[in-house]
Ligand binder design. Structure first.
Ligand code: FES
Length: 170
C-alpha cells in the first residue's frame, strides 16, 4: 500500500492581526483587484476570513458590510475559522457521486467524528466538501491540501488517515 499522505506539506498560516491586515490591504490596487481576489489572498494568508475583515473590506471597496458578507457566504470555499494543518476536500459532484463518494464521505465523517466544515479532535484535519476538482475521469477524488488522490477507495481512505496520524505523531 502506498504512503498517500506522508509527503504532503502541512498548511501554515499567519496569526490573525488587524494591523497586519491593514498593511496587506494597502498593497492592493482597487482598480486591478476585485473583492473575491482579495478574499482569496486573506484566506491564503490567515486560513480563513476573520469577521474583523468585513468592515475593512467594505470601506476599501466602498460597499456595505452586508454586501461583503453576502459575497463571502456565496462562495462555500471561504471559511470563518482557522483550519487544521491538513484540509481534506472530498468531491460531492456528479461524477464522483456516481463512483461512490457519498459512502466514502460517510466513512470519513465517521472516522474523524466530524461533519463538513469541522476540525477533528482525533487528528489535525479539517473536512470540507468540494464540487468537482476537474479530475472526473479518475473519480472519486479527494484533495489533501493541494494534492489530489484519485480513484479513492475505502482502503485508500484508511491508509490516508493512518499516514496523516503517523505524520502528526512524529
Ligand atoms: S465530479 Fe469529482 S472531480 Fe469532477
Amino acid at each position: 500500500m502506498s504512503d498517500f499522505a506522508l509527503n504532503i506539506p502541512k498548511n501554515h498560516y499567519e496569526d490573525w492581526q488587524l494591523d497586519a491586515a491593514h498593511k496587506h490591504l494597502k498593497n492592493f490596487d482597487i482598480e486591478e483587484h476585485n473583492l473575491v481576489d482579495v478574499l482569496h489572498f486573506f484566506q491564503d494568508t490567515y486560513g480563513y476570513i476573520d469577521k474583523a475583515l468585513i468592515p475593512l473590506l467594505a470601506k476599501f471597496f466602498n460597499l456595505s458590510k452586508a454586501e461583503v458578507h453576502g459575497v463571502i457566504s456565496f462562495y462555500h470555499d471561504f471559511r470563518d475559522t482557522k483550519p487544521a494543518s491538513y484540509i481534506l476536500k472530498i468531491c460531492q459532484a456528479e461524477s464522483c457521486q456516481a463512483m461512490g463518494s457519498r459512502a466514502l464521505t460517510a466513512e470519513l465523517k465517521a472516522a474523524l467524528k466530524i461533519d463538513f466544515h469541522e476540525t477533528s479532535k482525533l487528528a489535525d484535519i479539517t473536512l470540507e466538501p468540494v464540487y468537482c476538482l476537474g479530475n472526473c475521469s479518475c473519480s472519486p477524488n479527494l484533495m489533501i491540501n493541494t494534492k489530489i488522490i484519485s480513484r479513492l477507495t475505502s482502503e485508500k481512505l484508511n491508509q490516508i488517515l493512518t499516514n496523516l496520524r503517523e505524520v502528526q505523531d512524529d
